[in-house]
Design a protein around this ligand. Sequence first.
Ligand SMILES: O=P(O)(O)OC[C@H]1O[C@H](O)[C@H](O)[C@@H](O)[C@@H]1O
Length: 458
Amino acid sequence: MDVDIGNALATVASPGISRDALERLDEDVARAHERIEAGRADAEHGYEALNLPSRTDPDEIYRAVDRPEIADADALVTIGIGGSALGAATIADALSGAGAEVGVGAGSEVGADTADDGTQTVFLDNVDPEWITGHLETLPLENTAINVVSRSGTTAETLANFLVVREAFEDAGVDWTERTIVTTGEAGPLRELSDRHGLPALQVPDGVPGRFSALSPVGLVAAAVCGHDLEALLAGASAEAETLTGSLFECPAYAYGATTHALAARGASVNAMMPYAESLETYAEWFAQLWAESLGKDDLGQTPVRALGATDQHSQLQLYRAGPRNTLVSFVTPRERDDRAIPATDVDDLAYLGDASLGELLQAEFEATEASLAAAGRPNVRIELERVDAFELGGLLYGMEAACVLAGELAGVNAFNQPAVEWAKKATRGLLGGTDADGNRLEEADAVAEKTTLRVDR
Ligand SMILES: O=P(O)(O)OC[C@H]1O[C@H](O)[C@H](O)[C@@H](O)[C@@H]1O
């Protein structure tokens, strides 16, 4: 990926960073890079994620899916949540070419994506019963493979959805054991399930938090079943890894990570990730978890917003151009894309469109929106890809992970844990009658009953 941080400079934007401040910040980047490289060399928890391009073995993944009921399936249902679903969905969406939304997150349309080889892909990463039922009804179960992904193997949403999907297969008289692949940790319920039924099982790599695991079996099993090029994904990530140097002026990932950190420190508490490619819409959702869960620590962090160009020029741009001066807009745009002509029109006011193509219109909209923010002194950064393909996507995913690790180092936070998510899990378990490992009740659930209310009912 290539990065242009010109519109984040103080000569353009407020908040913005001066060149002198960037030069001073580069000294911190050099020290952070040394820490990152030491962590990688020692395969330390978290830093190990930046070793995935050389650690992940595509042949191991291809072998694991190499049974007709999986490799030749007409449809693939992936069951996971958070980092165990979003990386795989990002890759599937970006490389399917259709750009159709898959079922990732409650807001997605019920529907299917279609991969390179025509595989219908569905990602179940929520437990909304109507949404789940709607997706299950679209699946040809007798020709559907199941990809269950969970490092812990105990995530309630993933296990609940697996039990529901398994029951649907059993009710349809389809042997789920012939068409299920598991990606999980060394132990836990999913590992036991795979051992008990002889299911193909891949290992979630040690030391790699879920949100950093897209370039591992966690994100790549679905891509393999869908006929995508794992070698190209990993080659793009490797090429991006080669750019990691001790200076933000030489490393696109560090330029982005350092700039976001500097702007956050100067008041840009929001980062709107706005790709100008429909096929990268889910990528923005993946970025949101990466950024929020890694950097949202110790009362620090930068709120990621999922945006999409050109669509959100008609929904969010007003806020970014004229609202609080608290937002950095991060554009991602491909230099090349398949195109389609706009037919000539006899509508005088729209005659100019007839001379253009949809791709030219989208590019003009991107450049105009980028310039409109700069004209209003609103900071923005341009991230450019050659095109949206496996190599470039691998570089983008890796680059954003490296940028996030750097931003965490510069902020002095632990980018690799997520302690704040545990409280709600305990409360959920307690509300459903569960206890802690010692059989004690989970007091977090009491807080639900003790909620302060001031109701205004219809
Ligand atoms: O892979 P799993 O153990 O099922 O975890 C799935 C997800 O849930 C956790 O609560 C974390 O918030 C995520 O970082 C993780 O990716």
